[in-house]
Design a protein around this ligand. Structure first.
Ligand code: 5GP
Length: 184
């Protein structure tokens, strides 16, 4: 695989703030591109197909898996999520920096499928803080929150596998740390 550009993977538990970190990175650095994931989850209020995600049926998603069209994929809290391979490869070849914002199982697959990627794990200051953030953002019902917290425990347990670990106790500091890693 030709890898003239850079593949940067930002991962970590749901609610840890990786989406916000990525938003800041993209605003500060227009030369960085984010990959749009495919998912079988229903759109949340305000989410747009082809902008936030490609919202797919389970059948279409399974077809993409079978056709080898995903760089990585995972089932997360009852839905499938995955990174379409083609746009990433087509961006990396001419030298772009492409960012993936994905959960931890998928990030672990990237180590096998794209070993030159830089994988950054974002951690919460504490588990209690993560629970407060998940409840506070009001996106999920009780059942989904319980699933996300159980998943977060598993994700934090494998933290040593990652190239870098950043504790998101202060947003701007975390953004600066990620920028330093990307541009080093
Ligand atoms: P949400 O439903 O909150 O948008 O996302 C749930 C989790 O799925 C988040 O941790 C998010 O980073 C992750 N995710 C989003 N896109 C992908 C993807 O393409 N692959 C994987 N493995 N995880 C993803």
């Amino acid at each position: 695989m030709n890898d003239q550009g850079k593949l940067i993977v930002i991962t970590g538990p749901s609610g840890v703030g990786k989406g916000t970190i990525v938003k800041f990175l993209l605003t500060n650095n227009p030369q960085i591109f984010v990959s749009i994931s495919a998912t079988t989850r229903s759109p949340r209020h305000g989410e747009v197909d082809g902008v936030n995600y490609y919202f797919l049926s389970r059948q279409k998603f399974q077809q993409m898996i079978e056709d080898g069209e995903l760089l990585e994929w995972a089932e997360y809290a009852g839905n499938y999520y995955g990174t379409p391979k083609k746009p990433v490869i087509e961006g990396i070849q001419p030298g772009k920096t492409i960012l993936l914002e994905i959960e931890v199982l998928g990030a672990r697959q990237i180590q096998k499928n794209f070993p030159s990627a830089t994988r950054i794990l974002i951690l919460p200051p504490s588990f209690d803080e993560l629970e407060t953030r998940l409840r506070g953002r009001g996106n999920d019902n009780q059942e989904a929150i319980v699933k996300r917290l159980a998943k977060a425990k598993e994700e934090i347990d494998v933290k040593d596998e990652f190239d870098y670990q950043i504790v998101n106790d202060h947003l701007q500091k975390a953004v600066n740390q990620v920028e330093t890693i990307i541009f080093s």
